[in-house]
Design a binder for this molecule. Sequence first.
Ligand code: ARG
Ligand code: ZN
Length: 460
Amino acid sequence: MKPDTSTVSPLKPVASASDVVAGRGALPGAPGIGDADFPTDGNGGYDVGHYGLTLSYDPPSKHLSGVTRIEARATQDLSRFNLDLSGFTVSRITVDGKPAKFDRAGTELSVTPASAIPNAAAFNVEVAYAGEPKPVRGSSNLGTYGFIPTRDGAFVTCQPNGAKTWFPGNDHPSDKASYDFDVTVPAGLTALANGELVGTPKTAGGKTTFRWRESHPMASYLATMTLGKFEMLQGTTPGGLKNIAAVDPRFRSSLRKLYDVSGRVTDYWSTIFGPYPFSSTGGVVDDFPAGYALENQTKPMYGGFAPGDDIIAHELAHQWFGDSLSITRWKDLWLNEGFATYAEWLWSEHEGQATAEQLFRRQYAAAADDPIWSYAPGRARPDDLFNNSVYTRGGMALHALRQRIGDPAFFRLLKEWNSTHRYGNVTTPEFVAMAEKISGKKLGPLFDAWLFTPKKPTTW
Ligand code: ARG
Ligand code: ZN
C-alpha cells in the first residue's frame, strides 16, 4: 500500500544496457526502499497491496515449503524488481502468469518479467520456494528473530527485518499490505497467524491446514506463523471484541490471565487512543526464550515467559502505535516504543498502582551521566535500535509534552494522531506538527531537548 514516501529517497537503481532495451526506457526497481539506515531493506519501484502465503512446515525435518502470491502496483516503468528473501531454493517465479527470470545475491531476489511493467500497472507475482528456514542471529541487543524453529514448531517474530526468513516480499514497514495465510502443519499442532481464522481448520492425510486472514494493512515484521502445541481460549472482551489467547502447554497456568488482561487492556486503550484498529485482539505465549515480546498485529507474541500486566499493556498499545500507525523509517522507532512505554505508565495509574508522574520522576532521577541521556531517542541507531532510551526516554518525552500542553490537548492529540493516520505510515516531524497545531504552542525546543539532544533535559 502506498506509504507517505516524501521523506524517503530510494537508492539509485543500477541499470544495464539490456534493461533499458528490454523495457524501452523501463528501469530496474531500487534494491532498497529508501531507509538510509537500512539501505537494502525493502525494495523500490512497486508497492504491495496483498500477500497470499501458502506454507507448509514439518518440525522434525525443519522443512518449509511455500508459494507466495504478491499483488502489487508498479510505481515506475519497471524492467525488473527485487524481493527480499533469505535462504531457500526458489524453484519458479511467474509474473502475471508468465515465467520470469530471477537471480539471487545475498537476501536480494531479483525478478525480470518477460516484458516490462508500465508505471501504475497492477501485476502479480508468484514465487515457489522451499528449504530450511534460518532465523537471523542479530547483534547482542537484537537477539534471534525471524522464523525460529522450536521443540514443537516455530516461534515467528520478525522485527526489524526477518520476514524474509520465511517469505519473499518487500520487507520494510513503509510498504504495508493485507495478508492471507494458508498454513499446513502435522495434525495435532496449531498454526497461528495474524487476524482471524477463515473457516474451520481441515485435517487430511495426517496434516491440518489453518487459514488466517489479516485484512488490515500490516507491516511485514508483524506477520507471523507461530506454530506448535497450543492451548487456547477464545471469546470476546468485555467490550465485545474477538479475543484469541494461546499458550504453549508449559505456560498453561498463564492462559487465563493472558486472555483476561489482554481483553481488559484492549478495551481500555480503545477509550484512550480511539477505536481498536483491527478485528481481534489476544496474545500468544510460546516456550522459545526469546527474551522479548513482539507486537504482532492482533496477536502479540511473548517469547518464553508469562507476561505481566506491564508488557501486555505495552504490546497492546503497539496495536495503535506501531501496527495501525507504522513508522516510515527505523530512526523514528520512538514513535512505537516511547508510546508503548508511556502506555505502561498509563495502565499502572489506571490500575491504582504508581502514577505516570511517579514513574516519570523515577526515571528522570537517573544521574546526568547515565547512558540514557547520551543516546538521543528521536534518532534510533541502526546498530542499537532497541536501546533503553528509545523506550524510556521516549516515554518521558511524552510525559514532558503532556505537562507542557495539559491533559485535554495531550489526550486529544493521541486520538487525533491515531484517527488521522490509521493504517498508514508516520514520521516524527508529522507528530511534532500535530502537537503544535493542537496545543497552539511552539514545541520545537521541548522536542529538541527530549528527542534529539544527547544530554539530560532540564526544561519542559
Ligand atoms: N518491539 C518489541 C517490543 O518492544 C521488541 C522487539 C525486539 N526485537 C528483537 N529482535 N530483539 O515489545
Ligand atoms: Zn515495544
